[in-house]
Write a protein that binds this ligand. Structure first.
Ligand SMILES: C[S@@+](CC[C@H](N)C(=O)[O-])C[C@H]1O[C@@H](n2cnc3c(N)ncnc32)[C@H](O)[C@@H]1O
Length: 274
């Protein structure tokens, strides 16, 4: 709470006061947005870099309807163009919500690409560590409603708490990963380490909600700490961060003393559905 007040004070201007008086409910969003852009323009935190350069003639497909989940259209476009450009054979997402990003992966990957998405079972026993914004998402989610509305079925929905999820069947099998489940430091650390096991050495991992203050600051600090040991970038003017798998695996191996696999084969047979 104190750090939130300090953030507001650091942004105080005539406009901030005017907004606080006219639309107080929007103040937190405004301050958070200003600080995120300030950090980027002032070169604080992760450096900005695009994950891919698409071919000039490439096109992408996005669902027209936005069903919530926190990803902006600009961010969906980055995920779509990365999928289109890198042609991943296997995509693994942590955090399905209504399946908007799942749909983007399906729509922009090859017809034989495997898309796997993980979310909690229908009535999860929630440990108190979840942030209140994550608890809201968990109770409001309509799992898979977006792919279902679009008639998209080429994906596997896994139902498990990421903290207890066994990533070993997916070891060294994923070309493109997205970490977007719970946003507290404990979960992000757990999900990042599991993703680093699953991703292939030439793969790429995205995180969502980088750059926030307040309750999301620990997520940003975790990535910034990790960036001391491997290149991690933000995508300009978005809340996406990304890293190449090779550096991420090496950094986590050094930090945890564990091995991050890079040679186990992957077959559809060992990819289980919930
Ligand atoms: C921000 S939403 C994902 C949004 C989605 N990627 C999109 O943009 O379309 C986060 C999701 O993570 C799920 N989640 C939260 N904690 C989780 C956990 N411990 N294990 C698995 N999923 C979790 C929530 O139920 C929620 O649906």
């Amino acid at each position: 709470m104190l750090s939130e007040i300090a953030d507001v004070v650091s942004c105080v201007s005539f406009k901030t006061v005017a907004l606080a008086l006219r639309r107080p409910a929007q103040l937190r969003r405004y301050v958070s947005y200003c600080l995120k852009i300030y950090d980027e323009f002032a070169d604080k935190g992760l450096p900005a870099r695009s994950p891919v350069t698409p071919e000039q003639e490439a096109t992408i497909t996005l669902p027209a309807y936005h069903s919530g989940g926190g990803m902006s259209f600009a961010e969906l476009m980055i995920l779509a163009r990365t999928t289109k450009t890198r042609c991943p054979k296997t995509i693994f997402e942590m955090g399905t919500y209504n399946g908007l990003t799942t749909a983007v992966f399906i729509l922009n990957s090859a017809p034989d690409a495997v898309v796997i998405t993980l979310d909690l079972p229908p009535i999860p026993e929630l440990p108190s560590k979840h942030l209140s914004s994550d608890k809201d998402l968990i109770s409001n989610r309509r799992l898979g409603s977006v792919p279902s509305a679009l008639g998209l079925t080429r994906y596997t929905q896994l139902l498990s708490d990421s903290m207890t999820f066994d990533a070993s069947p997916y070891s060294d099998s994923v070309d493109l990963g997205l970490v977007d489940a719970a946003h507290d430091r404990l979960h992000v650390k757990n999900d990042t380490e599991k993703m680093a096991r699953m991703i292939k050495e030439d793969g790429l991992v995205f995180w969502h909600d980088y750059g926030g203050r307040g309750a999301l600051r620990p997520l940003a600090s975790y990535l910034e700490d990790l960036a001391a040991e491997c290149p991690i970038y933000r995508v300009s003017e978005t809340s996406l961060a990304w890293a190449s798998a090779r550096g991420l695996k090496a950094a986590l191996a050094k930090r945890t003393g564990l091995a991050f696999p890079h040679s186990a084969p992957f077959t559809l047979a060992n990819h289980k559905s919930a």
